[in-house]
Design a binder for this molecule. Structure first.
Ligand SMILES: Cc1cc2nc3c(=O)[nH]c(=O)nc-3n(C[C@H](O)[C@H](O)[C@H](O)COP(=O)(O)OP(=O)(O)OC[C@H]3O[C@@H](n4cnc5c(N)ncnc54)[C@H](O)[C@@H]3O)c2cc1C
Ligand SMILES: *[C@@H]1O[C@H](CO)[C@@H](O)[C@H](O)[C@H]1NC(C)=O
Ligand SMILES: *[C@@H]1O[C@H](CO)[C@@H](O)[C@H](O)[C@H]1NC(C)=O
Length: 658
């Protein structure tokens, strides 16, 4: 409870400082030399009306545009261009969802003014606070997220609140890229070549690489001149500005064990490297920032936040999609598309919308009273990336890792404001990525099965008096479980890697709960139902233990913390049985659900969309987001989502001669 206040205070201070800084910007050129002077000036404006307003948060007499939302005036906004009061009745294209993919798609489609686009988004625009990287774990419990939960599955997420797995998704202009951890990964070439090999023409690595590069604005010292990087795109990709010495230990230990230190996004970059992130000047770069912000005044791009689509209108006879129904300000409205409707609502809402509109598995639709237009296996494939954050090593030196109490202080915030480089700019202390192929892998090709996410600390780093406990809360780990397992090392110096299972054999699915568009669908992860997934995790854990036993980590006296879980007491510490139980206790998703509108050529019984992302059997309807990914990839899914948006824009342009 005390901690909630503390978060509010921190958020509040940042806001106040940012506002004052903005107010001062005209009179004051920012230069490093004047840092001290400015530092003082910052606090010499107590009479600023904006600061007054901020300090009076609790005051009842302030009337914001949206009365429940006192900070609304700090929010980004997307007024319709040309002074329009309301959207038009018809557009060339209607895009549903302004997430990673939808923002890129809408932006590219409206380049050159050849087509008009309405972009409908259920969430609100970003605000100053969402730009702060260190706050990333905290948005999952706010208005900026859809708070989905997986259906209860005995034997996983046993240590999470209510024994359920939490599946938040971004709800904002910018989508999940507004609440994610900003890690930038593209996947291994084989991942994409296999997708193409299934008959998905156009999706080979060489081709998707073009689209990754098209977006990218890389500032990666040492790498950005390489032929597979682009320094002149719109999406900033950088290294994190501050790191601990532990990343050097991770890379050095990796080299000792035969893992090259590489650009892990290079085609031959199977190895370990510094994490690359979509952060610039210490601020989050969502896909809305990269693709929409600069084009607010484009006459042919209309963006409507807080507009929730409830149905795609499809003529049941001709099977042509011609419009959508949406709810805005509590009123139901309709808009028509002359050419296409494009669903970019993400891996949970896109399949749900298809089914609500009559496209989905016949039996399921009829059982909830929806009349069938096209029988397709919507929602029947669902893969996710789960990780295990509980293999933690305590260190014998102080001040080597990040801890919130030391690094997320007010002076650090101020430093971040000027230079963008204190601990505040760190995305949850993630510092490195390492790809490994464990000895239990049955993959004939050189493809990793585990990704190691090296943290300059661990899930205990944000504990202690007054700290946010943001990561453990974001994961919804039960307090009792956390305290029993990690209480003795809370808020101390530690190192850990989150082990992420890249290619799970277990497959989940998604189903409609009912025909109410405001209900959440039923989500079945089916985590760890294939024993090979458990074996891969355990092999990964053994590998990390070897890394930690090398000299670079032993320099810090790295020692495996014997976490004690109530659920696992019957197993001796460090046995395979113990680790399986630990993984089933702290089963944390990294939120990469994919596959629910699986792509595949005509005749593929599991396919929902074709290789050009058109819904099979329906005209004028595409799905463009991470739900189309047909197979697991060795990557986090934000950059792939943006790439899908870029690629789809070109597919649509060439279909319609734009
Ligand atoms: C906490 C968290 C951390 C993550 N960290 C990383 C990371 O570090 N790196 C990484 O690469 N990936 C990360 N991811 C995953 C990644 O961000 C997502 O996979 C990616 O953003 C998905 O893109 P998308 O375009 O498919 O969907 P989204 O970005 O989710 O976009 C869908 C949009 O559609 C909107 N929408 C939904 N329904 C409707 C409706 N009915 N009407 C109108 N609009 C609607 C949503 O509000 C949303 O804005 C993370 C995810 C989470 C949740
Ligand atoms: C660790 O850092 C804190 C705060 O920066 C400082 O007060 C303390 O002296 C440091 N301890 C050591 C052992 O360096
Ligand atoms: C930590 O342990 C290592 C290995 O035992 C030792 O060399 C080092 O001096 C220790 N450091 C401290 C600060 O105790």
């Amino acid at each position: 409870m005390a901690c909630k206040n503390c978060v509010v205070t921190i958020v509040f201070s940042v806001l106040a400082i940012l506002v004052i800084q903005t107010l001062q910007q005209k009179e004051f050129q920012i230069s490093k030399e004047t840092q001290d002077r400015k530092g003082k000036l910052l606090f010499s404006y107590p009479q600023s009306p904006v600061l007054d307003l901020l300090l009076k948060t609790a005051a009842p007499n302030y009337v914001a545009r949206n009365p429940q939302d006192i900070f609304d005036f700090l929010r980004d906004s997307y007024p319709l261009p040309g002074g329009l009061e309301s959207p038009l009745d018809e557009y060339d294209y209607v895009v549903v969802g302004a997430g990673s993919a939808g923002s890129a798609l809408a932006s590219r489609l409206t380049e050159g003014s050849k087509a008009s686009v309405l972009l409908l988004e259920a969430g609100k625009p970003e605000m100053l606070v969402t730009d702060v990287p260190v706050l990333a774990p905290l948005f999952q419990d706010t208005d900026y997220a859809w708070q989905y939960y997986m259906e209860r599955q005995p034997g996983v997420c046993m240590g999470m609140e209510d024994e359920r797995c939490f599946w938040p998704r971004g709800k904002a202009v910018g989508g999940t890229s507004v609440i994610n951890y900003m890690i930038y990964t593209r996947g291994r070439p084989q991942d994409w070549d296999r997708i193409a090999g299934d008959g998905n023409y156009g999706w080979s690595y060489d081709n998707v690489l073009k689209y990754y590069m098209k977006s990218e604005k890389a500032t990666l010292k040492g790498f950005d001149e390489n032929p597979y990087r682009n320094r002149y795109g719109v999406l900033p990709v950088e290294f994190v500005p501050v790191r601990t010495k532990l990343i050097e230990a991770f890379l050095e230990a990796g080299r000792l064990m035969g893992h090259r230190t590489v650009d892990y996004n290079a085609p031959d970059g199977f190895g370990f490297g510094y994490v690359q992130v979509t952060i610039s000047d210490g601020r989050r770069q969502s896909s809305a920032k990269a693709f929409l912000h600069k084009h607010k005044k484009r006459m042919n791009l209309h963006i409507l936040p807080e507009s929730r689509v409830i149905k795609v209108l499809i003529d049941p006879n001709t099977k042509v999609a011609y419009g959508v129904e949406y709810v805005r300000n509590r009123l139901k409205r309709t808009v028509k598309a002359r050419r296409e409707i494009i669903l970019s609502a993400g891996p949970i809402a896109s399949p749900q919308l298809l089914m609500l509109s009559g496209v989905g598995p016949k039996q399921q639709l009829t059982s909830v009273g929806i009349s069938l237009i096209k029988d397709l296996p919507v929602g029947q494939t669902l893969y996710d990336h789960i990780c295990f954050p509980g293999q933690i090593f305590s260190l014998n030196e102080t001040n080597v890792s990040f801890t919130e109490n030391r690094d997320a202080t007010l002076p650090a915030f101020i430093r971040w404001l000027y230079y963008g480089d204190s601990g505040i700019a760190s995305p949850g202390a993630v510092e490195g990525i390492g790809y490994i192929k464990t000895e239990v892998s049955d993959d004939p090709e050189d493809v990793p099965d585990i990704e190691l996410i090296s943290i300059g600390g661990s899930i205990v780093s944000d504990g202690g008096p007054g700290a946010s406990k943001g990561v453990r809360k974001g994961m919804k780990i039960k307090d009792s479980v956390f305290n029993e397992a990690f209480g003795s090392i809370d808020n101390t110096d530690t190192w850990s890697t989150f082990l992420m299972l890249l290619h799970p054999k277990s497959k989940g699915r998604l189903e409609l709960k009912d025909n109410n568009p405001f209900s959440f669908p039923k989500l079945y992860g089916n985590y760890l139902t294939d024993p090979r997934d458990v074996a891969t995790f355990i092999a990964g854990i053994r590998h990390v233990a070897k890394l930690a036993s090398t000299e670079p980590f032993q320099r810090y006296g790295a020692k495996l913390h014997p976490a004690n879980y109530r659920e696992c007491r019957m197993f001796a510490f460090d046995t395979d049985e113990y680790w399986e139980c630990a993984i089933r206790t702290l089963t944390a998703t990294l939120h990469h659900q994919i596959g629910t509108c699986r792509m595949g050529p005509a005749g593929d019984p599991e396919a929902v969309v074709d290789p050009e992302l058109r819904v099979h059997g329906i005209q004028g309807l595409r799905v463009v987001d991470t739900s189309v990914l047909p197979r697991t990839i060795s990557a986090h899914t934000n950059a792939p989502g943006i790439m899908i948006g870029e690629f789809a824009a070109d597919l649509i342009k060439s279909n319609w001669n734009l």
